[in-house]
Design a protein around this ligand. Sequence first.
Ligand code: GTR
Length: 406
Amino acid sequence: MKTREELISAANYDESRVPSYTLPSPLDKADGSKVANAFEWVNFQRPRILELYKNELYGKLPPRPDRTSFELLSCREDALGGIAVRKEYRIHFEMNNGVSHAIDMLLYIPANAAGPVPAFLGLNFKGNHAATPEKDVLITGQRMPGLDISDESRGVQTARWNFEETIRRGYASATICYHDIFPDGPEHWDKSIYRLFCGNAAPASMNESYSAISAWAWGLSRALDCLETEPMVNAAKVAVHGHSRLGKSSLWAGANDPRFRLVISNDSGCAGAALFKRCYGENVAIIKSRFPHWFRDSFAKYMENEASMTFDQHFLISLIAPRPVCIASATEDLWADPKGEFLSGVHAAEVYRLFGVEGLGTDVMPPPDTPLTGQVSYHLRTGKHDQTPQDWAHYLDLADTYLRTE
Ligand code: GTR
């Protein structure tokens, strides 16, 4: 086996060196026949593929805790210069074994809303306080050793969150720091929500069946539970979104929890929207050796062995059908393989068609900055690996289409 550094320096960025591969179809059944209709998909094939993903890639999702409660920690009626109501919720999890865990959610809601509004929900990398320009938001992310939670870290990711524009367009927007659910490191199982289920000290051996990505997806569903209790939010109209590793998590959350009405993957790359079998940019050997805890241990068998996979990431996109899904890439983000991200949308079409829904409607990649809008949508932004106001403009347009109608 090559070292991690050797694997990274051998990553392929040359389209002519993409290995030839045959993509399996999500409609192929174990007995060799094909899924014929939406009924068969929903009742037999979809559960089988979801199980396959739990076994081969992301692991299981933990159950709901014994008790969950929502504490309103703060409410400001004059947030973001008066355009928003700002709430901070603490979501408490308690178990009969005495273990508890809590995560804090920051929520902005348009101040002038006439009734419950649709919402965006996503995890953040650096703490709720880093996502907002407002300096009096609670510091979060403390569970992650070494994360900068000083006052200097306030507001450093404001551009990535774009709260003001989202509010102006009539949407609520909520976020939680992902480290509060599972601090992002292979040695942090015992600080993660998995403690709840293990009488406090979750051992790293849990990686045999579970993963950090499953914990983050689980956390998104628990945040949605909280939004369901918030009278100013229409929790039946929530878009789950995420950037990069958090885009992998939003796809997995959308696959598991059908309450998410729109699922957005921003530059999610390898083990997100990108096809594994292209082996372009980041690949299984690189990602599993750098971030072993993101996936269950059994995923290691595909290191330098993508050809043996009986599935690829268009299966993951298919698990979201027929709900709208958006795949976004950036031109300079070759590590994430924009073309591979696009192709998983293309190849999910046969499942969307079972529901009478046209997928991407083309297999030709659009030029940069000309989004394809549809129930499966694709957007290639000029620029780097990031989630920018330009990406948000596209997501807000999609929300106007898919979260405003019945
Ligand atoms: C990288 C990783 C990517 C992506 C990214 C991120 O180091 O290789 O798969 O997840 O991190 O999350 O920013």
